[in-house]
Write a protein that binds this ligand. Structure first.
Ligand code: ADP
Ligand code: MG
Length: 387
């Protein structure tokens, strides 16, 4: 079936450990485009499925018995500490490595026998992996050329894309003549220019400074809205995950700890690991006060409350409204840490220490080390997590 209408695609391989030394190895091949029947019904809700996937390297299982569905058009982020198996999940999906056991389905069909260059995915690597010897325009042209698009159409697609990512004036530069943020835009543009149904992002903003990262988060969000590619993003940055995602998968040591929407994960973590990894948490293992909660504590769990859910007042201040729904305890300030928009207190209550985070506002009372304070919180804000 290989004919003139053949769609060709490209695979870009980079050093997978992001060591900083960029080795780019391009394999461009002519391939047969998948028929509608082969790719299945495009309205299938679950576009990507991992079915009990394990990937082992000798004795080490980088990913263990992973089952996960990614919905059509969804922005799903895999969040976890370094070494938790995030990149491995992405590389399995991209087809750069094969599962040791289990299967991966795309639009309902196993891709076990589908090489990476036929998976029709745009990929952005942390190290960008731009072709260093090609101008920005030529970098963007590459995936279009590989798909056999004619020169006029390529030119207009590139113009549109450069405009879209605010790089219209930089098309003739080489990657080395661009800032980190600009290179990142080129990498995103190159991944999206052929309008792939699936976009994979590995730590896409890891190399950028904080301000630029925030700006690019907004950019990625609006590009996702526009292109509506099903996106799987890998990051160790909780803020990035919370900001960008429809759902987040939290991974630890090759396994999924919890999958949920950002709000649900933050508000109702099910394990201590998730509570601590996503934001700050007071884990009340054996509090020296009797903990009141609106729900009965499930067996084998520990109590948790977020620092920003705790109010701090002078010990002598009148009690809060709705006191009947709140628990209050008295303690002494150990430490006050100013962090710009918020202030963090560590407050000792007998042998327990609670962290309190208060949004900084004008006219607010500031408590110093040694002062007696009252902490109080809604009983409904107490959560229980697996230890
Ligand atoms: P993350 O992206 O979350 O930092 P990775 O998926 O890169 O984690 O790695 C998960 C685990 O698998 C780590 O312990 C890592 O050392 C191991 N690993 C990854 N790739 C290989 C490899 N090619 N050979 C041996 N071990 C590997
Ligand atoms: Mg990684």
């Amino acid at each position: 079936m290989e004919d003139d209408e053949t769609a060709a695609q490209c695979v870009i391989l980079v050093d997978s450990d992001h060591s900083g030394v960029l080795t780019v190895n391009v394999q461009a091949r002519k391939t047969i485009s998948l028929s509608q029947d082969e790719v299945g019904d495009s309205i299938v809700q679950s576009q990507i499925q991992f079915c009990d996937v394990t990937k082992s390297y000798g004795q080490v299982a980088a990913v263990k018995e992973l089952s996960l569905s990614v919905r059509n058009g969804e922005f799903l982020t895999i969040l976890g500490p370094s070494g938790s198996g995030k990149t491995t999940v992405l590389m399995l999906l991209a087809g750069f490595i094969a599962p040791s056991s289990g299967d991966i389905l795309i639009r309902g069909k196993s891709v076990a026998a589908v090489p990476s260059y036929r998976r029709d995915q745009g990929i952005v690597f942390q190290s960008y992996a731009l072709f260093p010897h090609l101008t920005v325009r030529r970098n963007l042209e590459f995936p279009l050329e590989m798909r056999g698009m004619n020169a006029t159409e390529r030119g207009s697609r590139i113009d549109q894309m450069l405009d879209r990512v605010h790089l219209a004036d930089l098309g003739c530069r080489l990657p080395s003549q661009l800032s980190g943020g600009q290179q990142q835009r080129v990498a995103l543009a190159r991944a999206l220019i052929a309008d792939p149904p699936i976009l994979l992002l590995d730590e896409p903003l890891g190399a950028l400074d904080r301000n630029l990262r925030e700006q690019m988060q907004g950019e990625i969000k609006s590009l996702h809205k526009e292109f509506s590619s099903t996106t799987v993003c890998v990051t160790h940055d909780q803020e990035e995950a919370l900001t960008l995602s429809d759902r987040i998968v939290v991974m630890c040591a090759g396994r999924i700890e919890q999958t949920d929407t950002p709000e649900a994960l933050y508000d109702r973590p099910t394990t201590r690991f998730v509570a601590n990894f996503l934001g700050e948490a007071n884990i009340l293992e054996n509090p020296c006060f009797r903990l009141e909660s609106d729900v009965l504590q499930p067996g084998g769990t520990v109590a948790m409350i977020r620092p920003e859910r705790i109010c701090i007042t002078a010990a002598t201040a009148p009690r809060q409204a709705e006191a009947d729904r709140r628990q209050s305890v008295e303690g002494t300030v150990d430490d006050t840490i100013y962090a710009g928009s918020s202030r963090k207190y560590r407050v000792r209550i007998g042998s327990s220490v609670l962290t309190v985070r208060e949004h900084v506002g004008s006219g607010q009372q500031i408590f110093r080390s040694g002062e007696n304070v009252r902490l109080d919180w809604l009983r409904s804000d107490v959560r229980f997590v697996a230890p």
